[in-house]
Design a protein. Structure first.
Length: 133
């Protein structure tokens, strides 16, 4: 199981992946290449890009970490994105396609991963944070 840490800030997207074999991959995406108007939008994009990186690394089980409450709640299914943000709804739909949909305490298997879990952490505990400032 790999651990995926994602964050967004004024510089861009920060993605840190700790793979099952002990390797660490750091991906930093500039804000010019992945534009966003507000940080939560960037957080969704960081999660999506991090999941894409995990598929490239052939990871089948992902444990994701974010410091964004809206990303965590939306992926878990207990927060909804308002209709006035259709671009965020599209990104969330792509994430759910990859990871599956939550049913009770379990995620129904997604199209890209056998297992997926997401956790909310404090910003200072997120190693991806340093690549976004």
């Amino acid at each position: 199981m790999c651990r995926l840490f994602v964050d967004a800030g004024k510089k861009g997207l920060g993605i840190v992946i700790h793979s099952w074999d002990g390797e660490q991959y750091i991906v930093s995406k500039s804000r010019e290449d992945y534009p966003y108007e507000w940080y939560n939008e960037g957080e969704f994009k960081a999660l999506l890009e991090g999941l894409k990186e995990c598929t490239t690394l052939k990871e089948e089980k992902v444990l994701a970490y974010t410091d964004s409450q809206i990303v965590y709640g939306s992926v878990m299914g207990w927060m909804k994105i308002k209709k006035i943000y259709p671009h965020l709804r599209k990104v969330l739909a792509e994430i759910r396609y990859m990871v599956g949909v939550r049913r009770g305490s379990e995620f129904v298997r997604g199209r890209k991963f056998k297992e997926f879990m997401i956790n909310k952490i404090k910003g200072e505990d997120n190693p991806a944070d340093r690549y976004t400032k």
